[in-house]
Design a protein around this ligand. Structure first.
Ligand code: HEC
Length: 179
């Protein structure tokens, strides 16, 4: 009896010795994956803002939320990120905020809301990654880097928050994929 228990304990300990490091390795690679995706999305958005929008402005074409109805308008950077997300089938990409213009941009879970609050409290926290239910998630802080971020959100009729200032955290780019 005692030996059986000892053998069983031995087997379990052996399995754990292999499974735990494997589990940690899986966690690390999911963290790296989330970070690479977020960095890529940010890079594309920066190119859109600094190069495409800037170039388009020279010929009188400006970003506008209702760009589909205006031949001299192109999508907002937030719409660009969301449109790219809509093209993806294997994982989710989006933008979230604690006081978003549209409720569809609210955090999807308490863990996402908590992560946003943590980022709001500590501006040094640029990226957060974590497991949440059956998904792994990454958030990249999105700050009002220029006054126009704050101005447009404050002026938007659907925005519940009207006191954004330059430098405030406005939300985050979010990536979600299966664990
Ligand atoms: C001209 C107006 C305008 C400007 C400028 C603007 N935004 Fe937005 N932003 C919007 C609109 C409209 C949405 C909602 C888009 C949607 O979900 O379809 C949005 C969505 C967002 C979201 C998702 C959460 C939410 O509030 O809905 C974040 C985060 C965000 N913007 C950050 C920024 C940052 C950071 C900047 C500046 C670099 C910025 N925005 C500049 C209009 C603007």
């Amino acid at each position: 009896m005692g030996r059986k228990v000892a053998v069983r304990t031995g087997i379990i300990a052996g399995l754990l010795a292999v499974a735990v490091p494997l589990g940690i390795a899986a966690e690390i690679s999911q963290e790296a994956t989330a970070k690479y995706i977020l960095a890529t999305v940010k890079a594309f958005r920066t190119v859109y803002v600094k190069q495409i929008i800037d170039q388009a402005k020279k010929s009188g074409v400006k970003p506008n939320e209702n760009w589909t109805k205006d031949d001299h308008a192109i999508m907002l950077p937030a719409q660009f990120v969301k449109a790219a997300g809509a093209e993806l089938k294997d994982f989710e990409l989006g933008l979230i905020g604690l006081t978003p213009i549209y409720k569809s941009n609210l955090p999807k879970t308490q863990a996402e809301a908590d992560a946003l609050k943590k980022m709001q409290a500590d501006p040094e926290l640029k990226v957060l990654t974590f497991a949440d239910g059956n998904q792994f998630k990454g958030l990249a802080a999105d700050f009002a880097i220029v006054q126009s971020c704050a101005d447009c959100h404050n002026a938007h009729p659907d925005s519940p928050r009207k006191n954004f200032k330059q430098g405030d955290l406005m939300g985050a780019i979010v990536v979600r994929f299966s664990k």
